[in-house]
Design a protein around this ligand. Structure first.
Ligand code: FES
Length: 120
């Protein structure tokens, strides 16, 4: 933990542009996405059926390897991520899924030197 309750989760370069990584801070699962312009921290659990959002865009995401292609992923231009399981699209700034009206947590995320920090 650093000042203002920001916690270092990664260093610049750890999260490739266009991708996300999952972290846990005080038992809270978060996903941090790199849009190229900025980093965004959002709950790592989709509120639909709790898929890990950090896996959006990855290949072979379920235990049976049923899906072998990419599914979901980051849309840097729209600043959204679509869930890897059923493609609900989450706004990275507000945490909203417009179609359902549901919202998941978003967290302040900043870069200090080489450190990526998130405030829970
Ligand atoms: S679990 Fe995310 S859309 Fe279904």
């Amino acid at each position: 933990m650093t000042d203002d309750n920001f916690t270092k989760v990664a260093e610049v370069g750890d999260i490739p542009e266009g991708e996300g990584e999952g972290y846990e801070i005080d038992g809270i699962e978060i996903a941090v996405f790199n849009t190229g312009d900025d980093y965004y921290a959002i709950s790592n659990r989709c509120s639909h059926q709790r898929a890990p959002l950090c896996k959006a865009g990855d290949e072979k995401i379920n235990a049976e390897d049923t899906w072998t292609g990419e599914r979901g992923g980051l849309n840097a231009e729209a600043c959204t991520v679509s869930c890897p399981w059923h493609l609900w699209e989450w706004d990275l700034e507000t945490g909203e899924h417009e179609a359902s009206g549901q919202r998941i947590g978003t967290f302040d995320c900043t870069v200090d030197g080489e450190d990526i920090l998130v405030r829970i």
